[in-house]
Design a protein around this ligand. Structure first.
Ligand SMILES: CC(=O)SCCNC(=O)CCNC(=O)[C@H](O)C(C)(C)COP(=O)(O)OP(=O)(O)OC[C@H]1O[C@@H](n2cnc3c(N)ncnc32)[C@H](O)[C@@H]1OP(=O)(O)O
Ligand SMILES: O=C([O-])CC(=O)C(=O)O
Length: 380
């Protein structure tokens, strides 16, 4: 084919690849629906467990279904000793996302339904991963701090137990609510890079854990999930000074941003492939961040947040994405910066596995074309 007649869509930008009934991202109205429900409404009225159930089943659970699901989730929370042994064998100098990727793979290799990709088996495996992952993320942060494993508590909900296993202290309700909101907002976002990766792997008729393991690899990068960690590195580079006023912090952040943009730097936590007028999830996540700033009494964090946002808006009119308010929220809660993207993994397991099941139900091998632009045919 003549190159002049071929339209190359780098990064598949603007290309519609398939149907999905799981979520609808509408950049014109800045809206995001999970199975028809606005995500803001789900964040205000539902628990993360209910939202996970909705993503997999297409409907919110009845009270009885929720109780059954919660009981199964609580029964699957303990860290599998073989997964713990593998984590313990990994260096603490490596990135926690490598630990997540390895843990997903080990959980797959040990699952009794590993090679069964029937709808029932995939649903079971999705729910098992959902239940098992908080222990992986929580334990990995603890071991890096030289702390021992904290066993799960089955009298706590998903988010309260996650915080309990991470910090070994019963969290206050306000913090649990903000964390739960972040899990709901991170759960699903149509054909983003990691979900698409999971669908590509699934399209070869490979298994669910292989698809999730690959998706974790895709999420790690700073152009995708790794941006929540990168946002905190920006805050740290500017310098977090607890004694500083909101205005002083905002001033320093603005100066930092002006300098960064003058050097043509990409600042993580801003911009989005689909949303060009702001990310639908940011107002809800920012409200959760505001509550945490008030709860922990940290106005300087708001100063840094506002300063960067204003300077970016004035210079390039580029808006923050979900990772921007999520990063400082997790920081205030006490998570170590490299743990932020693993928190995203724990949440996005729901969306990924819903897409894996959707892809399986209506499969076609994903195999696009490329246009060759190397040297013309020649002889050895
Ligand atoms: C949960 C999530 O995964 S949300 C995304 C998280 N990722 C980030 O926060 C990483 C930072 N952001 C980015 O790199 C980009 O905005 C992306 C990758 C998310 C989307 O990018 P694309 O749709 O491919 O747009 P692209 O990167 O081409 O940017 C268009 C223009 O805006 C600029 N731009 C976009 N984002 C940023 C940014 N964060 N900082 C500075 N400039 C930016 C680009 O430099 C480019 O400018 P130019 O036309 O003068 O060259
Ligand atoms: O949709 C995207 O490209 C990235 C994103 O916001 C997400 O995965 O949540």
């Amino acid at each position: 084919m003549n190159t002049a007649t071929v339209e190359i869509r780098k990064g598949l930008a603007g290309v519609v690849v398939d149907y999905t009934a799981i979520s609808k991202v509408n950049p014109d109205t800045n809206s995001l629906l999970y199975r028809g429900y606005p995500v803001q409404e789900l964040a205000a009225k539902c628990s993360f467990e209910e939202v996970a159930y909705l993503l997999w089943h297409g409907e919110l659970p009845t009270q009885e279904e929720l109780e059954q699901f919660r009981a199964a989730e609580r029964a699957g929370r303990a860290l599998d000793p073989s997964v713990k042994a593998v984590i313990d064998a990994l260096p603490t100098t490596g990135h926690p996302m490598d630990v997540c990727r390895t843990a997903a793979s080990v959980l797959g290799a040990r699952h009794p339904l590993a090679e069964d990709s029937s709808p029932e088996a995939n649903l079971t495996k999705a729910k098992d991963l959902f239940a098992a992952f908080p222990a992986v993320v929580a334990y990995d942060q603890r071991r890096r701090r030289g702390q021992a494993l904290v066993e799960p508590r089955d009298d706590l909900g998903y988010s309260a137990n996650f915080l309990w296993m991470t910090f070994g202290e019963e969290p206050v309700e306000e913090v649990v609510e903000a964390f739960d909101v972040s899990m709901i907002l991170y759960a699903e976002h149509s054909f983003n890079a990691s979900t698409f990766t999971a669908r590509v792997v699934t399209s070869t008729l490979s298994d669910l854990h292989s698809a999730v393991t690959a998706a974790i690899g895709a999420l790690k990068g700073p152009l995708h999930g790794g941006a929540n960690e990168a946002v905190m590195h920006t805050f740290e580079e500017i310098g977090i000074r607890t004694e500083e006023s909101l205005d002083e912090a905002a001033g320093r952040a603005k100066t930092w941003m002006e300098h960064a943009l003058a050097q043509k730097k990409k600042v993580m936590g801003f911009g989005h492939r689909v949303y060009k007028h702001g990310d639908s999830r940011v107002p809800t996540m920012k409200a959760a961040l505001d509550k945490m700033i008030a709860h922990y009494g940290r106005p300087e964090i708001l100063g840094l947040y506002n300063g960067l946002e204003q300077a970016m808006d004035e210079a390039k009119a580029i808006k923050p994405n979900l990772d921007y308010p999520a990063g400082p929220t997790y920081h205030l809660m006490g998570f170590d910066t490299p743990t932020f993207t693993p928190l995203f993994v724990a949440s996005r397991i729901t969306g990924w596995t819903a897409h894996i099941m959707e892809q399986t139900a209506s499969n076609s091998l994903i195999r696009p074309l490329s246009e060759y632009n190397g040297v013309e045919q020649r002889s050895v």
